[in-house]
Design a protein around this ligand. Structure first.
Ligand code: S3P
Length: 437
């Protein structure tokens, strides 16, 4: 998708967040529901599907490969699975927009097909590193072309038969782990992936839900090639990454008291709750239950004075998408916050360390970016104009900063908020943020 329209958010200072909110469905699970539903035998019904541009990119890609996918509205999707070997060669390159998850997971899947496919994306995705997936896929026997820099487009020639490998990930990345496990379904023998730290395990959980056996032994996940997926209905929980903006907003704005309903609290995703609690946030979980193999809960957040912390490095992969918002919380805390071990933030939809540092400095916060993190001194947001660099999570994080600002915050290049959080402005307004676009 293009970010040339330049949607601009203007958030007015002050206010607090109140009420009961339901944020949209989990992005990681929504992507996987389309992928696994497409490759399953039978019909998969999905509810709570994230109707955001990233997941629509995945949906369009599978439709282009011959899968009938009915979008029934209000988060309901029906997928007529074609089986693991039923995909067809698309007529044109598959444009995956802004979505790194689509590209990295589909690189693995497409490597197992017996046709050639090209994966492309928008300006941001076209600069993101893909050697992390193409190197191990080459080891499995795949033929994949990319640019000299190892960036998209990826041209995946599925003619070769893949062989299973045992691979230790050089970085904590669920996208790379998932890519290899998906390629492994098409490989001869066993594919094992060992991760240096726990990352989101939706692929492992969901593959099992679709009847494909995945063995887990400590940091290693293994599967045998040649199995099959059987259709399974999926109820997607609300996305903890989208809930995060409201968790931070309520924590920093005096008088706030919100209830976020039915949020996924998978232990490989809940680092933001641990980090905010270490900072002194008032967060309680109620109504905990398991839906489709994923733990969910209602999350109540009330205002509480926060304190700066040294963020424990083991929490970094468990909160990897939440740091832009956590930085906003840190600016409102008493005392310094230090983040280390988070160099992955530099290769997300934007360089989230630099882009957040630039924006926080513009707003009057004293920050020092480092190669693998940032040091944030508390301060007062004085308002101003910041640039999200087309990064959805940066746009929404700076929106929340307005709750503690002394003047308007204007945020440029906000189109991509639609990749993960359609109706953000409406939901934010309803809960008390004075924001418009
Ligand atoms: C995702 C994994 C994470 C995350 C992304 C979604 C996934 O990326 O940042 O938003 O669905 O597997 P990495 O695995 O590269 O850290």
């Amino acid at each position: 998708m293009s970010s040339t329209n330049n949607i601009i958010f203007t958030a007015k200072p002050g206010g607090c967040l109140k009420g009961t909110l339901r944020v949209p469905g989990d992005k990681s699970i929504s992507h996987r529901s389309i992928m696994f539903g497409s490759l399953a035998d039978g019909i998969t019904d999905v509810s709570g599907f994230l109707e955001g541009e990233d997941c629509f990119s995945t949906m369009r890609a599978f439709r282009s490969m011959g899968v009938e996918i009915e979008h029934l509205g209000e988060g309901r999707v029906r997928i007529h699975g074609v089986g693991l070997h039923g995909l067809k060669q698309p007529d044109a390159p598959l444009d995956l927009g802004n979505s790194g998850t689509s590209m990295r997971l589909m690189a693995g899947l497409c490597a197992g097909q017996n046709f050639t496919v090209t994966l492309t994306g928008d300006t941001s995705l076209s600069t993101r590193p893909m050697r992390r997936v193409t190197d191990p896929l080459h080891e499995m026997g795949a033929t994949i072309g990319s640019t000299e820099k190892g960036t998209p487009p990826l041209v995946i020639n599925g003619a070769n038969k893949l062989k299973g490998i045992s691979y230790t990930l050089p970085m904590a990345s669920a996208q790379v782990k998932s890519c290899l496990l998906l390629a492994g379904m098409y490989a001869d023998g066993k594919t094992c992936v060992t991760e240096p730290a726990p990352t989101r395990d939706h692929t492992e959980r969901m593959l099992q839900g679709f009847g494909y056996k995945v063995d887990r032994d400590g940091p290693t996940a293994c599967l045998e090639g040649g199995g099959k997926l059987t259709a399974a209905n999926i109820d997607v929980p609300a996305d903890i990454s989208s809930a995060t903006f409201f968790m931070v907003g309520a924590s920093i704005a005096e008088g706030s008291d919100i209830l976020l309903e039915n949020v996924g609290i998978n232990p490989t995703r809940d680092g933001v709750i641990s980090i905010l609690k270490l900072m002194g946030a008032d967060i309680t979980l109620t109504n905990e239950k398991e839906i489709c193999g994923e733990p969910v809960a209602d999350i109540r957040v009330k205002y509480a004075p926060l304190k700066g912390i040294d963020i424990p490095e083991e929490l970094v992969p468990l909160a990897i998408d939440e740091f832009p918002a956590i930085f906003v919380a840190a600016a409102c805390a008493e005392g310094v916050t230090r983040l280390t071990g988070a160099e992955e933030l530099r290769v997300k939809e934007s360089d989230r360390i630099q882009v957040m540092a630039d924006g926080l400095l513009t707003l009057g916060i004293n920050v020092e970016p480092t190669p693998d993190g940032i040091v944030i001194q508390p301060g007062t947001f004085k308002g101003g104009e910041v640039d999200s660099h087309g990064d959805h999570r940066i746009a929404m994080s700076f929106s929340m900063a307005a709750l503690r600002s002394t003047a308007d915050i204007t945020i440029n290049d906000c189109d991509n908020v639609n990749t993960s959080f359609p109706h953000f402005i409406e939901i934010a307004k309803q809960s008390g943020l004075n924001i418009s676009s």
